[in-house]
Ligand binder design. Structure first.
Ligand code: KG4
Ligand code: ZN
Length: 338
């Protein structure tokens, strides 16, 4: 089954063609990152406009690159939530028009389920059930993927997402947007014990976590240094910050492995590219005899291939939509409107 998949929830316009959920025939991306960089973050109106400009050409490009014709497309999939509403709407309307014109099923895909689906592309042998650490710009949670379309949220951040914190701290350090990758790079030569930063303690639900205290502590440290004219050791600050994020995530993953008995653990989302988190989760899993699945860096950030992968399983579960499909800025990974 060839699925034409569309992703436009933030600042990447992407169209891919994915066969049977696992084989990526092409993955075309038009990134807007450079455009938003001068503003230090995504400007929603600009993002929507650029998605409209790029999406038709990308779909043509996807067909041309694979040598497929419109008749070879069996379904159209699209990220319908969550994201910047104007941006998501562009993809949803394009996908609706394409499905209508081709007379093919329309498959709505939750963006975060798509991030999890990136692992199906990278690891053909990966099958539910497994645990997934979701770490993206807008979401941080530990999910039990009981089946391809059935999930249980074990815990989630109670405030900021990990990616948001990376970006905020990087921005205050004058690193280019989106700052997570730049902060990670700077951390490589730093001493992760030099600055003492807080780790969120387990609360009523031991899987829940918090990042706002860590973010505030890092920002206060930077502002205080500025005020007193103290020169900061930036690589060490970045390394200490990355360690604090990782130390918040990893013990909860370890607990989830222990309590569920699931020995397969996937990582998903843009922050899954973080070298410290990748290293720490591998080390923790090795001690427990667990196996870690992490998408290659090219599939960690937003792309349409991951939407096409997850879409296949959504289709098999009967999750198709009609022309009434709407876009949503927020929606739980379980499908509830929030
Ligand atoms: O999953 P994603 O593309 O967007 C959402 O779905 O929200 O994730 C983007 C996030 C940004 O916050 C970006 O700074 C972060 O992923 N990111 C990283 C790294 N690469 C990207 N954060 C930490 N370390 C990285 N290497
Ligand atoms: Zn994303």
């Amino acid at each position: 089954m060839n699925i034409l998949a569309v992703e436009s929830s933030c600042d990447e316009t992407a169209v891919a063609i994915v066969r049977d959920g696992r084989e990526v025939l092409c993955d075309c991306i038009a990134s807007q990152v450079e455009l938003h960089r001068i503003y230090g973050g995504v400007v929603p109106e600009i993002a929507s406009r650029k998605h409209i400009e790029a999406i038709y050409g990308l779909a043509d490009q996807a067909l041309a690159r694979t040598g497929l014709t419109r008749d070879d497309i069996d379904a159209v999939a699209v990220t319908y939530a969550p994201g910047l509403i104007g941006a998501v709407l562009v993809g949803v309307n394009f996908a609706k028009a394409a499905a209508l014109a081709l007379n093919k099923p329309l498959i709505p895909v939750h963006h975060i389920r798509g991030h999890i689906g990136a692992n199906y592309i990278a690891y053909p042998e990966l099958k539910p059930p497994f645990l997934c650490l979701v770490v993206s710009g807008g979401h941080t949670m530990i999910v039990e993927v009981t089946d391809y379309t059935k999930m249980r949220i074990l815990g989630t951040t109670l405030d900021d997402a990990a990616g948001e914190c990376f970006d905020k701290v990087a921005r205050v350090l004058d690193m280019p947007y989106p700052g997570g990758a730049a902060l990670d790079k700077a951390a490589q030569t730093g001493d992760d014990t030099k600055y003492v930063l807080p780790r969120s303690k387990p609360g009523a639900n031991p899987y829940d976590m918090s990042f706002s205290g860590l973010k505030t502590a890092a920002l206060n440290l930077i502002h205080h240094a500025e005020q007193v004219g103290e020169e900061l050791d930036i690589p060490s600050l970045c390394a200490s910050f990355s360690a604090a994020v990782s130390d918040t995530l990893i013990p909860r993953v370890v607990r989830a492995i222990e309590e569920t008995g699931l020995k397969n653990i996937a990582v998903a989302g843009g922050v899954a590219a973080n070298s410290r988190i990748r290293r720490d989760i591998l080390a923790a899993a090795e001690k427990m005899g667990a196996t870690v699945y992490m998408p290659p860096l090219s599939l960690c950030g937003d792309n349409a291939a991951m939407i096409g992968a997850q879409a296949y399983y959504e289709f098999l579960a009967g999750n198709v939509a009609g022309m009434e499909l709407n876009a949503y800025a927020t929606k739980s990974i379980l499908g509830e409107t929030i």
